[in-house]
Design a binder for this molecule. Structure first.
Ligand code: CDP
Length: 335
């Protein structure tokens, strides 16, 4: 028998709100854990002292839990605790590890035990990963982790220290001095190198090429992948990169691989770079895209590769919104 934990908040202390939210919480617990009502042995509720209108346990009866034992209790009034909150513990006969469900205002209560939604989006430069990832992160209200920005910041660290990105032992010698972190402002990622916000300065064509060079070294990848896994473990997020589905999060529930022809990708990158004020010819951008593909695909460690279980989407003929629609259609209904 396993114990499944959960909690939800209600907007107001009314019978309808309590019934509706207990129903939502129990339905999620049942669906996410693949429970059948017969497997549930007992359900224990507790609620904060500001809830008076209806027993949460009674709401469970109303949503179909007729046979199992139900229990409701009142929590002590604790200063600064989350108001209007209903907590639950479901004891059920299941084999798998329990999936704990925390919803609405209670979503952040037990970050340590709740499963996070991780969406992996890999693909080559200019395949639309970052734009599509931003759209998806907004639609699901989750973080967007731009892992490429981390490798770019590593390349900038080497440039600042006058270290040749291609020289693995020179990079190895300074790797401990590279401190990369990400913060979110208005839900947008800001990337920091040794405490300085480098979000804009890492976007030059020169850093694009050097990021690809420095990202081939094991010492850099180990450090960045550790950080990416930590962020993904603690937060629901969409991560874009080259090796998310194959290496960073091989067990991610949702994996996508975006492609597009080099010419289309070069055109997109040319337009982006023009907006940023970088003047390059189409031929130069195309050449840079192909060189980066070559480096990223052929490196020994964690090369750019579609995971066997990733869904491939070609964005040659699709707009970014259409690619995002295709990805969301795969995810919705499964979460
Ligand atoms: O935005 P764009 O596709 O041009 O590049 P990016 O995603 O910012 O990544 C810059 C470089 O970092 C790539 O060319 C890769 O070599 C490297 N990278 C990586 O190795 N692994 C990742 N998960 C993400 C980026």
């Amino acid at each position: 028998m396993k114990a499944i934990r959960g909690a939800i908040t209600v907007k107001a202390d009314t019978a309808d709100e309590i019934k509706e939210n207990v129903k939502l919480l129990l339905t999620e617990i049942v669906e996410k854990n693949g429970l059948s009502i017969e497997n549930v042995v007992c359900i224990m509720f507790s609620n904060t002292a500001d809830i008076h209108s209806f027993y949460p346990a009674k709401a469970a009866r109303e949503v179909g839990f007729f046979n199992c034992a139900l229990f409701s209790s009142l929590e002590p009034e604790i200063d600064n605790s989350l108001p209007l909150c209903i907590r639950v513990m479901v004891l059920a006969e299941i084999e798998d590890n329990p999936k704990h469900i925390y919803l609405k205002g209670a979503a952040d209560l037990r970050k340590d035990i709740t499963e996070k939604l991780n969406i992996a989006i890999d693909g080559p430069a200019g395949s639309g990963k970052s734009t599509v990832s931003k759209i998806i992160s907004k639609r699901f209200d989750i973080l967007y982790l731009d892992t490429g920005a981390m490798y770019r910041a590593c390349a900038l660290a080497c440039v600042n220290l006058g270290v040749d990105c291609a020289n693995e032992s020179a990079v190895n010698a300074i790797v401990d001095s590279i401190d990369i972190s990400v913060k979110y402002e208005n839900k947008m990622q800001r990337t920091y190198l040794n405490g300085t916000d480098v979000s804009e300065s890492i976007r030059t064509p020169k850093i694009s090429m050097l990021a690809s060079v420095v990202a081939a070294h094991g010492c850099i990848r180990t450090k960045m992948v550790d950080l990416q896994r930590k962020i993904a473990k603690e937060n629901s997020c969409v991560l874009d990169g080259r090796d998310i589905g194959t290496n960073v999060l091989p067990h991610a529930e949702f994996k996508f691989f975006l492609t597009a022809s080099p010419e289309i990708r070069a055109n997109r990158r040319l337009a982006e770079n023009e907006l940023k004020g970088f003047k390059q010819s189409f031929a130069d951008v195309l050449q840079e895209i192909k060189a980066r593909d070559e480096q990223d695909i052929n490196r020994k460690i964690a090369p750019l590769l579609k995971a066997d279980d990733a869904i491939e989407i070609s964005s040659d003929k699709l707009s970014e919104e259409e690619v995002a629609d295709a990805i969301c259609a795969q995810i919705q209904g499964k979460i």
